[in-house]
Design a protein around this ligand. Sequence first.
Ligand SMILES: [Zn+2]
Length: 301
Amino acid sequence: MNMQECKICNNNAQHHAYSTEKDSQVVDCSYCGKYYLMHLFETDIYNDKSNFYKVSSWIREQNDEFHINPEISQEVFEDKLNMRDKRIKEKFDLMMQYFSNATNRFQLDKKILVKCWMKNENEFAKLYQKAVDTILLDGPLIKMLSGFSYPIFLGLTFDGLEYIENLANPNQSSKNIFVAFNFEDNLKEVFNVHVKSAIEENGFNYVVVNQDNVEHNKSINDEIIVKLKSSRIVIADFTNHRPSVYFEAGFAMGMNIPIIWTCQEGHDQDMSFDTRQFPHIIWKDKDDLVKQVMDRIKVIL
Ligand SMILES: [Zn+2]
C-alpha cells in the first residue's frame, strides 16, 4: 500500500496493487471512493481538467448508491468526462438531501461537492446561498481565507423539511392521475371508460395524452411531459406493449412519481426485462383491474 494523489481529484488516496492479471491497482480515494485503476490510464494528456469532477462524482455515486467499485480505463474516463452535466435543480436537490441527512451539522466536509456533482466551491456557494435565501436552510455561509465558503449549517427550516418531503413524494397536492396504455379499441374501453370513472368518482382527474386530445400546434411529447410533471400518480399498462409507455414510466420514475405497473394476464411474459423487476398488477378483466388499481391508489395516498 502506498499513499499517492488520486489522479482524478488530486486528494490523498491509498493505492494497492491488485493483480497483474487484471493489470490494475485498487485506489481508495478519500474523495472519489474506491475504484480500480487500469495501468494504462493517464490524466496528463488532458489540458482541460474542469470536467474531472464529473468522473469523481460518478465514482462516488457508484460507491455510495450501488456499492460498486468501478474500473477506470481511459475509455470509461473519457465516457464519463463527456457525460451531460447535471441540471442545476438536480444538484440543488442532492444538496438538500445531503443536508437533510447531515448528522453532525458542524462537520460538513468537502465531500459535499463530490456527492452533489458540483463543479467547484463557487457552484456550491451559489446553491447554498439560494437555499438560505429561499428559507429552506438556516445558517450563514462564511467565506474562509482559503476561498472556500464554509456553511455554518444550523438545520432545515419548516419549508426545507417540506421540500424534502416533496422530493420523496412529488405533487402531493395534485389530483391528476396520468394513465399510459396501448390505445387500441378494447383497452381504450377498459381505461377510458371504466378506470376513468372509478378515478373520477374518487375525486381525481383522469389524464391521458394521445393524438386526439393534443391541440394541433403542440407537440405530443411536450404535452406528455407537461402532464407527467404535474401528476400525483402514473398508471402504466404494458398489455400489448406500446414503446412510449416505457418512456412515460421511466420519466415518472426519474421524477419520483409513484407508478402503478399493470398488465393483462397472459401478456406479462412479453414485457421487457427492465420493467418485469417491478411488481405488476396482473389483471383478468376490467372489474379486476379497476378494483386492484383503486386499492393501490389508496395505499399510495
Ligand atoms: Zn479521487
